[in-house]
Design a protein around this ligand. Structure first.
Ligand code: FES
Length: 261
């Protein structure tokens, strides 16, 4: 395939950025999107140009490092939910799991970084997502000693609670929810982390402080407010559901009332 790529280039956080246009040829449909960018970078390096900076690590949809807005969609055309994806695509896909078969010969592809004021651009397509780390540091942990695996099995967890915890534990912290939200809200990410731990007996000792501290940290990082547009859940490659936010709001109200008593 021969493609035209329009890529956001920005030297650093303070420099102005702009879209630059590149042509790439000989792209196989079996390549991943990141392998296609590797091909572009090899050509740029051979020509003595600066390669395009982009985040990646596992390239298996696990770590959450990859983060590109492709043709206006966080994680690209296969990253959207099955309800929005066309018949040749599927939902729940990270950028690294997006393959070039989702595109056609001659396509023009726009590639941009996550756009949110709480995720400042570091360089080109790389943004600083350390705000998520600070939200986790505020309460995304447990203090209960869980011991080894057999010890953990000694604490019975009702099946619906275990399923609820697992569903929210799937969040890989990629930030697609923030990038897709018109308000730049981090409510889906924060709610996934709060709900994952708050429903389990091991998370009970910090149940109230966790939700209060994590929401306070989220607000202080400059993320926007949630107006329940639902774009976050649509873009989430792990299918964290929108009701996760209302579950966290319930936890927050409960904790606030208890703190006032
Ligand atoms: S590189 Fe790890 S999820 Fe994409």
């Amino acid at each position: 395939m021969k493609l035209t790529l329009r890529v956001w280039r920005q030297k650093n956080a303070d420099a102005p950025g702009a879209m630059s246009t590149y042509q790439v040829d000989g792209i196989s449909q079996d390549m991943s999107f990141l392998e296609m960018l590797d091909t572009l970078n090899e050509e740029l390096i051979l020509a003595g140009d600066d390669p395009v900076a982009f985040d990646h690590d596992c390239r298996e949809g696990i770590c959450g490092a990859c983060s590109l807005v492709i043709n206006g969609d966080a994680h690209g055309p296969n990253g959207v939910s099955p309800a929005r994806a066309d018949s040749s695509a599927w939902g729940s896909t990270t950028t690294c799991q997006l393959h070039m078969r989702a595109f056609h010969d001659g396509d023009t592809i726009d590639i941009e970084p996550w756009r949110a004021s709480a995720f400042p651009v570091v360089k080109d397509l790389v943004v600083d997502r350390s705000a998520f780390d600070r939200i986790i540091q505020a309460g995304g942990y447990i203090s209960a000693p869980t011991g080894t695996a057999p010890d953990a099995h000694a604490t019975p967890v009702p099946k619906p609670d275990a399923d609820f915890a697992f569903e929210h534990a799937e969040c890989i912290g990629c930030g697609a929810c923030v990038a897709a939200c018109p308000n730049g809200s981090a409510m889906l990410f924060t709610s996934a982390k709060v709900n994952h731990l708050n429903v389990l007996p091991q998370g009970a000792p910090e149940r109230e402080t966790r939700v209060l501290d994590m929401v306070e940290q989220m607000d202080s990082e400059g993320f926007g407010g949630c107006t329940l547009t639902g774009e976050c859940a649509t873009a989430c490659p792990k299918g964290i559901p929108l009701p996760s936010i209302s579950a966290m709001n319930k936890e927050w109200l409960r904790a606030t009332r208890k703190a006032r008593r």
